[in-house]
Write a protein that binds this ligand. Structure first.
Ligand SMILES: [Zn+2]
Length: 222
């Protein structure tokens, strides 16, 4: 698994340098040193667990599908939460964001919310990150996971080690890029930079956000 680090100062995620590195690499965005490992521990522990599963076991497909989906949804939820906060303070939008997140649990709804509060759909962002097949592969694993959870473990037999490894590696690539985009393109940053195009894009995002708040899905489970 490629190791990423998240800058303590600006939050930028880079695919080089880890805190324990003898000579810490400066952040490519703000040039300061000091970073923590990314993804966060709960996600990397899931990745380590999935990696440790016995590929020869008849249960490999079903077990890896379940835990890989947990890992991916964890990454997606953190990303969408960050996008929905739009770099605003918790006092300003935190309660509404919590409400939005509560109404969009599960992969499908989170992906809808991603499109509503982001600049593009998740599929488009995955392509921009160089992983055009990632959303479809994720869906394959999610469908298998759902079958497993409904008592049909054999439905996951197409889930192979190479698919799982590929999807986890792609996920880190896609979510690191998405994180950086929505991290650096903050309202305040753009306003301070006086970039009219960026400001307009942010206005559009804010509009989408308002619409998302106004269109909470009915609560019928996820
Ligand atoms: Zn930085």
């Amino acid at each position: 698994m490629v190791t990423y680090s998240r800058c303590f100062h600006c939050g930028h995620i880079a695919s080089v340098g880890i805190p324990s590195h003898p000579e810490p690499m400066p952040c490519p965005k703000c040039q300061s040193t000091g970073a923590e490992e990314w993804p966060p521990r709960n996600v990397s522990e899931l990745a380590t667990f999935v990696e440790s599963l016995d590929r020869a076991s008849p249960h490999y497909s079903s077990v890896s599908a379940v835990f890989t989906c947990a890992l991916l949804e964890n990454l997606l939820e953190s990303q969408v939460y960050m996008m929905a906060m739009m770099d605003m303070g918790y006092n300003d939008v935190g309660l509404l964001t919590d409400l939005l997140m509560e109404a969009h649990q599960g992969r499908t709804r989170l992906l809808q919310l991603y499109r509503r509060v982001g600049y593009r759909s998740f599929t488009e962002d995955a392509s921009r990150a160089g992983c055009p097949n990632f959303p479809a592969n994720w869906e394959t694993i999610a469908k298998a996971r759902n079958q497993v959870l409904h008592g049909r473990p054999n439905a996951a037999e197409d889930i192979t080690y190479s698919l799982i490894t590929n999807v986890i590696s792609n996920a880190l690539q896609v979510f690191a890029l998405a994180h950086n985009e929505y991290n650096s393109e903050s309202h305040r940053y753009k306003a301070a930079a006086g970039d009219p195009e960026a400001l307009q894009a942010d206005q559009e995002r804010l509009e989408k956000w308002r619409r998302a708040v106004g269109h909470l899905p009915e609560d019928n489970g996820s």
